[in-house]
Write a protein that binds this ligand. Structure first.
Ligand code: T46
Length: 134
């Protein structure tokens, strides 16, 4: 099964432009505990390089674009994030890397848990060790 799991959002558009609404309990497959966004990422800067033990997230590139790599320790897939009407579901225990941010990129992330640094695995070898021991 592919690591790239898209959630399509309905576009509530009219002659003035487009609007996307995300509601608790609809489309996002977990209770929403946190929302954050990443913007003004410098040209050539790479982000991520970690997995989460427990956290699930939906990532939405609301402006611009970047390249996301997902790796579950068995397969590695990459996808361009460039569509504000699609959310990328990132399950727990998936290594992620983010590259090639455009200057105007804004990445909105919906998260299933509050911020917890102890949930991060920031070392790839440790991530692979935990995948193999699961
Ligand atoms: C992820 C990808 C897509 C907080 O204090 N609270 C928060 O909610 C977050 C997300 C981060 N932080 C602090 C922790 C670091 O000192 O902000 C700093 C930057 O975070 P980090 O280096 O983890 O950022 P990214 O872009 O590498 O990763 C982030 C998320 O942390 C991560 O969960 O999946 O975006």
């Amino acid at each position: 099964m592919s690591l790239v799991k898209w959630i399509d959002f309905q576009i509530l558009g009219d002659e003035r432009g487009s609007l996307v609404a995300l509601e608790q309990g609809r489309l996002v497959p977990f209770d929403i505990k946190r929302i954050y966004y990443i913007y003004h990422t410098g040209v050539g800067v790479n982000r991520g390089f970690h997995a989460h033990r427990n956290l699930k997230q939906v990532a939405i590139c609301v402006a611009g674009k970047f390249r996301m790599i997902l790796d579950d320790g068995v397969s590695r897939e990459e996808v361009w994030m460039d569509c504000p009407t699609k959310g990328l579901l990132i399950e727990s225990m998936v290594w992620r890397e983010m590259h090639d941010f455009s200057e105007n990129c804004v990445l909105l992330v919906i998260a299933s848990e509050h911020y917890d640094e102890t949930d991060y695995i920031r070392d790839y070898k440790e991530f692979m060790r935990q995948v193999k021991n699961a």
